[in-house]
Design a protein around this ligand. Structure first.
Ligand code: SIN
Length: 508
């Protein structure tokens, strides 16, 4: 490699989109992924991609739905970018028939919670993340300028607020260093830290910590989205997700007496995700039922999930399937501008690890793969533009730094404590208990991240979207804004009325 590569940390949909856009422009790229792509959150995603493509739909309507559901904390400009660039982002997958098409050759659209109309496109078997990822991985493998790094990134080198490269641990356990012309975090969120989660354990907030320790700003950490319907199983490990598209087709959520738990809500089972998750959580046990729907439709539309459920002993079309709410998505993350730049020069963030401002307090269903596609590409384009202005750099000598491997180990007590005290419904007492428990644990990266989450969750004395406080059940105008965390300044609140409320500029 003559030129220094761009290092992309993470191989989900956003990382691959960034890497491919760079590679197509001739920029060498190194992708570092700590798990195989099929185990990444994108690879596991069943949800589709939202795009205003159906007759009568419009990006403006998609933006309206996004802004309504995100409870006042999404940035309208960033949302407009997302919804207006959605069509061009999904078009390649429609053309290559990765997404399901009807007999007329047009995409098939389904309905999901919070959307006023059917605008979600899926893969044929419903396992959309796997289909998109398979397509992108095959493409990435065809580029000789994309290299795969075998190892886990354990630290960023950021001198004078400028990213220079990263330290990584090889499979043999050696600490190595890679110099890079820019570093892109695409490592996903932190929902895998919870005991009850749709995410794999590997989704443990690594990118948030790497960015924070390098001097970048984090925000909105208290907003963790809980998916209302993960399979209610016991024991450790990821819970199987029962996609919202099931409710889009008409699935019911029933209590133990067989009554629909959301019959009082105007949108019933298609109420926004925060509302449904809170209902499912507080009315346990809850069951998802499709018994009243034609079973052929269910088997055909969701063949991937039907297979996965049958391996656990459930028949999707005939059984009442026990479901619970599980941690699913981090709305907060590393604060970026509209092209993924953070406040550390040459450090970018894309996808779930980033807080670009499109998810607010409650992400709209099927906006996350879309975010990866749209903002992953924009970041690559910005890197290519920035490069034209940057003077070529020689690889730096490996900076001295020790990276302590034990800091990356998640304390075994933490996941269930998160479920208990930083879960679907929080209160001051529980948050204080969690804070005390953290003080009693060996300090590590996960405890540092959770401390920041607890601090924001305590300070946000209101209920808004996914942040539900038992002791402050209403939203309050006083908290219409974002809590930021920065190494040099601690926790800071900025109201949305302040210009550039979502901005990567250093906080004064
Ligand atoms: C789902 O299919 O229910 C998940 C989709 C999403 O998280 O957007």
């Amino acid at each position: 490699m003559d030129r220094l590569p761009v290092l992309v940390i993470g191989s989900g949909i956003s990382g691959l989109t960034t890497a491919l856009t760079l590679a197509e422009a001739g920029q060498p790229v190194v992708i570092a992924a700590k798990t195989p792509w099929s185990e990444s959150n994108s690879g596991l995603a069943q949800g589709g991609v939202a795009a205003a493509l159906s007759p009568g739909d419009h990006p403006r309507l998609h933006a309206e739905d996004t802004l309504r559901v995100t409870r006042g904390l999404a940035d309208p400009t960033r949302v407009d970018i997302l919804t207006s660039q959605a069509a061009s982002a999904v078009q390649p997958f429609i053309q290559s028939r990765v997404l399901a098409l009807g007999p007329d050759g047009a995409p098939k659209f389904s309905q999901e919670a919070g959307h006023q109309r059917a605008r979600i496109v899926h893969a044929r078997d419903g396992l959309t993340g796997r289909a998109l990822m398979g397509h992108l991985i095959r493409k990435a493998q065809s580029y000789s300028s994309i290299h795969w790094l075998d190892g886990k990134v354990v630290g960023l080198a950021a001198e004078n607020h400028q990213a220079e490269g990263a330290y990584y641990r090889s499979p043999a356990g050696d600490l190595d260093y890679l110099a890079a012309t820019a570093v892109v975090l695409a490592s996903g969120g932190m929902a895998g830290l919870y005991a009850t989660s749709s995410n794999p354990d590997s989704t443990s907030g690594d990118g948030l910590i790497l960015a924070y320790l390098a001097g970048a700003t984090l925000a909105d950490l208290e907003f963790v989205q809980f998916h209302p319907t993960v399979l209610a199983t016991k024991g450790p490990g990821r819970r199987l997700l029962l996609t919202e598209a099931l409710r889009g087709l008409g699935a019911h959520l029933l209590n133990a007496a067989g009554e629909r738990i959301l019959k009082g809500h105007p949108d019933q089972e298609l109420a926004p995700r925060d509302v449904v998750a809170q209902a499912v959580f507080s009315q346990q046990p809850v069951y998802l039922s499709m018994q009243h729907l034609p079973s052929d439709d269910v088997y055909r539309r969701f063949s991937g999930l039907v297979q996965q459920l049958s391996e656990c002993g459930w028949d999707l079309a005939r059984d009442h399937i026990p479901v619970t709410a599980g941690a699913h998505f981090s709305m907060g993350g590393v604060v970026t501008d509209s092209v993924g730049r953070t406040d550390v020069a040459r450090l970018f963030a894309v996808g779930e690890v980033a807080m670009v401002g499109v998810h607010g307090a409650n992400r709209l269903a099927s906006n996350s793969l879309l975010e990866g596609l749209v903002y992953g590409k924009r970041a690559a384009q910005a890197i290519l533009t920035d490069h034209a202005r940057l003077t070529p750099r020689k690889p730096l000598a490996r900076p001295a730094m020790t990276v302590r491997p034990e800091y990356w180990t998640v304390p075994s007590r933490l996941p269930s404590l998160l479920d208990q005290h930083l879960g679907v419904i929080r209160d001051q007492d529980g948050l204080q208990r969690l804070e005390q428990a953290l003080q009693g644990m060996q300090a590590c990266h996960a405890t540092l991240l959770i401390q920041m989450m607890v601090s924001s969750a305590m300070a946000r004395q209101e209920s808004r979207g996914a942040h539900m406080r038992r002791d402050y059940p209403e939203a309050s105008a006083q908290f219409a804004g974002h809590f930021y965390h920065q190494q040099d300044h601690g926790r800071i609140f900025r109201p949305i009325s302040q210009p550039s409320a979502i901005s990567p500029l250093p906080i004064p």
